[in-house]
Design a protein around this ligand. Structure first.
Ligand SMILES: O=C(O)[C@H](O)[C@@H](O)[C@H](O)[C@H](O)COP(=O)(O)O
Length: 235
């Protein structure tokens, strides 16, 4: 990947409550701008524990959710009823209250393995979600984002900006379950890219990744080291 500068805007908050207040209102403002402009908006979210309170907060904000498509940045390849499914996490915490009116597009395909489903996922996203208006990334303590894990054998394919697939199946070496993830190109195609991280440990990992050029060792760097503005929210 050619050497480019990072364009990040780090917003640090005193506590999670203040972060959630500002992040949720920034997200709904971005969605409303898109709805005003083109009559619809897409919001792609990550799983994990960090975003759960954000989802609950968003679900209680009254915007025209019926014009919003909610989708996933990645998922574990599990039945959507499985406790560790991101689809379940989103349906139980975000698609509630006002936001229950939104449309959901997931990744999991019944009866197919993740490896049989890269193409299906890409086509489904192309037809039903693209263009990506707002994407919310998380980051693991190992600097993974989406399901792009350090030193994973499929990172080269996931990072190839000529790869037209929006989705890629991943077998993590250091986390449970087969995954389906957006590729780097798909993530960078989003109009607004947000990284939501909490805790001092993750801030340290983020700051090291900002200066890391080894995108295979620190996958979040593959997102940060691009001519795209990344809005970073930390508490
Ligand atoms: O499916 C997932 O696990 C997520 O998409 C993943 O990329 C998440 O954002 C990080 O693992 C951070 O997770 P925590 O918020 O739980 O630390």
């Amino acid at each position: 990947m050619e050497e480019v500068g990072t364009m990040t805007n780090l917003k640090k908050f005193k506590n999670k409550e203040e972060l959630l207040e500002e992040l949720s209102s920034d997200i709904v403002e971005l969605l409303q701008d898109e709805i005003e402009e083109k009559g619809k908006a897409s919001l792609l979210v990550s799983g994990g524990s960090t975003p759960k309170p954000l989802f609950q907060k968003l679900s209680n904000i009254d915007i025209p959710w019926e014009k919003v498509i909610i989708s996933l940045v990645d998922d574990r390849w599990l039945e959507p009823t499985h406790k560790d499914s991101n689809e379940l996490l989103v349906k139980e915490n975000l698609m509630q209250n006002f936001a229950s009116k939104a449309k959901f597009v997931g990744m999991f395909i019944e009866g197919k393995t993740a490896y049989e489903s890269d193409e299906d996922c890409s086509l489904t996203y192309e037809d039903n979600v693209f263009p990506f208006d707002v994407i919310i990334l998380g980051m693991g303590g190992d600097s993974h984002t989406a399901s792009l894990f350090p030193e994973n054998e499929k990172l080269k394919e996931a990072y190839d900006l000529k790869n037209e697939n929006l989705c890629i199946s991943i077998k993590p070496d250091t986390a449970p379950y087969d995954r389906m993830s957006l590729t780097l190109g798909a993530i960078l195609s989003a109009k607004n890219i947000i990284l939501h991280i909490e805790g001092e440990e993750k801030l340290k990992v983020y700051e090291e990744a900002l200066n890391s050029k080894d995108i295979f060792k620190t996958p979040i760097s593959a997102v940060l080291n691009n001519e795209r503005l990344i809005e970073v929210y930390h508490a």
